[in-house]
Design a protein around this ligand. Structure first.
Ligand code: GDP
Length: 214
């Protein structure tokens, strides 16, 4: 069983422009990514019950960085801004892409990625690229179909089923849920997934240490 984490304790910790500057005390962390306007800041604010927390990541100059929010005891929530961000000059975009890839590839503490997609425009090219990447890297991916309140219940459900069909070959590595920051629906489901990622220890107890025979 995973302990439930109190996300309301989240506080801004630091912004890291490169992998080398990420906190060194992180044991387990989860990262949020989504195209600009997908509703990522709103989701982080609702998750943590703190209006304006994720605005930190929108402060000019911070949009290209990894933004860390501490949950205490070596746990972090990481906001990855700038993904699919068309307004950023190409050269910066390439640099960002490189740093992002290094982070996703090399960050040992990273347990899983939350990908946010506007329910009205799911699986844009960048989202698909991220899905492929996670599957190839065996990194757990949890997809939020955001702004679910924008669709009637039946239409939202139909989109959810359609999206689940698209990823069914990758279950349980990939999961999908409805989410609305406006009315809070889906927040408990998100908290449950994140709590699991942030508190699972079983897998580290046995097979985590290479070459450590009796
Ligand atoms: P970000 O760029 O991904 O951080 O997106 P924001 O969180 O800033 O949201 C972009 C826009 O979508 C804002 O105008 C939000 O008010 C709106 N928005 C975000 N989440 C929801 C939601 O769940 N429902 C509705 N109706 N609007 C939302």
């Amino acid at each position: 069983m995973s302990a439930s984490i109190d996300f309301r304790t989240a506080t801004y910790a630091t912004s890291a422009p490169r992998l080398e500057q990420c906190p060194t005390d992180s044991l387990r962390e989860v990262a949020f990514i989504g195209r600009s306007n997908a509703g990522k800041s709103s989701a982080i604010n609702v998750l943590t019950g703190q209006r304006g927390l994720a605005r930190t990541s929108k402060t000019p100059g911070r949009t290209q960085l990894l933004n860390f929010f501490t949950l205490g005891e070596g746990r972090y929530l990481v906001d990855l801004p700038g993904f699919g961000y068309a307004k950023v000059p190409l050269e910066m975009r390439n640099q960002w892409q490189q740093q992002l890839e290094r982070y996703l590839r090399q960050r040992d503490a990273l347990q899983g990625l939350v990908l946010l997609m506007d329910i009205r425009h799911p699986f844009k090219d960048t989202d698909r690229a991220m899905l492929d990447w996670c599957v190839t890297a065996s990194l757990p991916l949890h997809i939020l179909l955001t702004k679910a309140d924008k669709l009637k219940q039946g239409a939202a459900k139909a989109t959810l089923l359609q999206c689940r069909r698209e990823v069914q070959a990758f279950v349980p590595l990939v999961s999908v849920q409805l989410f609305s920051s406006l009315n809070g629906s889906g927040v408990d489901e998100l908290r449950a997934t994140l709590s699991r990622w942030l508190s699972e220890e079983a897998e580290e107890d046995g097979d985590g240490v290479e070459g450590s025979g009796p």
